[in-house]
Write a protein that binds this ligand. Structure first.
Ligand code: CU
Length: 317
């Protein structure tokens, strides 16, 4: 069931939201859309009242009554809390993917990605050795399930003072290396439809066939959209121990991106007792003019809502 997230199916709603400059305001305003609709019922089933659930994670600092706040901390530490609907820091969280809190950070230029797991102190403050590696404008994403609430990803900007060096987004590529591993990407995310992305891990020219489970999966894929760092977290098709999912070399995800654009993909996988992160830039919607055919299988998964590919509304999105 860790296959697809509620990514599936929200692209149409997103297009509507982002196409309108007042989109965010409308979403934050929880006024039932039906009250303000004057279309005589002609609106499609996916009205504006549903778009709140169709916004990618991480764009809001406050949602459904929960607000992400940073907390003053020593320079070598990063601390934050989530304030709940009652105005107090949340202290009870459900475990999702082995952890009660997943903290992902990246600089606004999409460099510096880290995925770490802070410790909760009794007053509701989460603390972790700072993953913010150097000066810059950072986005911190808290991916969690408050006990009794829904899964949320909230995001907050964090500035680390110092001399800022903007890093250009690396060019699109289907192969990358990290820590001596080569990771290749086949398939391409597409706006408006769920499509397979397969990442294949090799080392010294040999396929890696003994990937180690990491947080209940052989891989975790986060995508951040260039421009606003919209956050997508996708879990692979199949899980360790399910009798059908081999431990590599390939890990397949089913993902849908919310719009055309440039994305940075970050694949976390575990091997040799360590977690490695392979990064790719992908551009959807407008393939490079000189790109060869991607080899996508046109008979692949149907557009959104493919019931075989998972349970929407999973903890991470
Ligand atoms: Cu995590």
């Amino acid at each position: 069931m860790r296959t697809v997230t509620r990514l599936a199916g929200f692209a149409v709603g997103l297009a509507a939201v982002f196409g309108a400059t007042y989109g965010i305001g409308r979403v934050v305003d929880r006024t039932p859309a039906a009250e303000s609709r004057h279309d005589g019922g002609a609106a499609p089933a996916t009205g504006i009242d549903e778009t709140a659930d169709r916004i990618p994670g991480g764009l809001l600092v406050s949602d459904r009554g929960y607000t992400l706040e940073t907390v003053d901390a020593p320079a070598d530490e990063f601390a934050f809390r989530v304030v709940g609907p009652d105005g107090r820091p949340v202290t009870r969280y459900d475990v999702a993917h082995d952890k009660r809190m997943h903290l992902i950070v990246a600089r606004r230029d999409l460099s510096g990605f880290r995925h770490v797991h802070p410790e909760l102190t009794p007053d509701g403050t989460w603390r972790v050795d700072t993953p913010l590696a150097g000066a810059g404008q950072w986005r911190a994403f808290a991916d969690f399930v408050p006990t009794g609430g829904e899964a949320l990803t909230l995001g907050v900007d964090v500035t680390v003072p110092g001399e800022l060096t903007e890093r250009p987004l690396p060019a699109p590529s289907t192969s990358t290396t990290v820590d001596g591993y080569t990771v290749t990407l086949t398939g391409a995310p597409q706006p408006g439809r769920t499509s397979p992305l397969t990442l294949t891990v090799s080392r010294d020219g040999q396929p890696v066939t003994d990937l180690e489970p990491y947080l209940g999966a052989y891989g975790h894929l986060v995508a951040l959209r260039r421009g606003d760092l919209a956050y997508l977290h996708v879990h692979p098709d199949g899980a360790p121990g399910d009798g059908r999912t081999p431990p590599g070399p390939a890990v397949t995800f089913f993902a849908e991106v919310p719009s055309a654009g440039s994305y940075r993909l970050y694949l976390d996988f575990r091997h040799g007792g360590a977690v490695h992160t392979a990064e790719f830039t992908v551009v959807t919607g407008t393939p490079p003019a000189d790109a060869p055919p991607t080899g996508d299988d046109p008979s692949g998964p149907a557009p959104t809502g493919d019931a075989d590919h998972g349970t929407p509304g999973h903890g991470h999105n």
